[in-house]
Design a protein around this ligand. Sequence first.
Ligand code: ATP
Length: 320
Amino acid sequence: MIEVSGLRKVYEVKGRKAVVALGGVDLRVREGEIYGVLGQSGAGKSTLLRCVNLLERPTEGTVSVAGRELTTLGERELREARQRIGMIHQHFALLSSRTVAGNVAFPLEVMKVGKAERARRVAELLELVGLADKAKAHPGQLSGGQKQRVGIARALAGNPSVLLSDEATSALDPGTTQSILALLKRLNRELGLTILLITHEMSVVKAICDSVAIMRDGLIEESGTIPELIARPGSRLAAELFPLPEPEPGTVTVTFTGQADEPVVSRVVRKFDVDVNILGGALEEVAGVATGRLLLRLTGDERAAALTYLAERGLLVQEA
Ligand SMILES: Nc1ncnc2c1ncn2[C@@H]1O[C@H](COP(=O)(O)OP(=O)(O)OP(=O)(O)O)[C@@H](O)[C@H]1O
């Protein structure tokens, strides 16, 4: 759905050294998934997101969304293509002089949608985000979470196939963050909306993302589906989601996704002549799947056979 290839963005600032915000980024977001780009401040996340709808012109590389290569389009075609790419912002970017309904109607006015159809569509969008009773309110009378719901309704006005989210929950408290993330997940499921979001919070990735790219210094360090990354030896995502003590020689790190119901450790002890000592562990719900990592010391004559048994059960076994 979104294909970014060889993307470079260099900011030339007069009298200062040029800043390489993106140093050659490839990204592939599949239709219907929620894809998170995670990174510290300055990693290049906003630049990447703004290049996806060409708010920012890449210095090099190509961007295609829903099969259209955006970098080759003229201004008019680009405006049309952008109507199918919604965007939501950290600070909501609402027009304070307009009512909630007026804010949602704004893109429809730009698209020259007739008055009656506009009113129908605005009512439908406000219903979708749970704000039907706030149509006449002004943004100043709303909570942060309600403002972001207006932002989401406005972003969906043009029936986009893709939604770009620029730190949409960073200005919200934890409870409100969860309700906005749940709304995004519902829109993803019900409308088949593909979502590309940027965030500096692992909790956002953990709550709703199917795939993730970790960015640092304008480059992607690792990317893939979350189960893929958790199972990848040396993955930074796995280390950050499941921090474990430094493995000492002789210890074993065991990663499991979705097999949390099986008592594998007690089975290993019963089946094989081994002792198991749990040195550390973490269990998390990741995108709705129970996932965990354990640091074990396994000793005994049948150690090798026990490790093979764990690997055969689909667990990732890494010896220190
Ligand atoms: N318009 C600009 N002119 C010059 N440099 C810029 C511009 N926009 C961003 N940069 C620089 O590009 C680099 C990447 O910035 P970017 O905003 O994309 O990172 P980020 O990961 O989104 O960080 P943050 O979360 O703080 O916004 C930074 O070094 C930043 O200072």
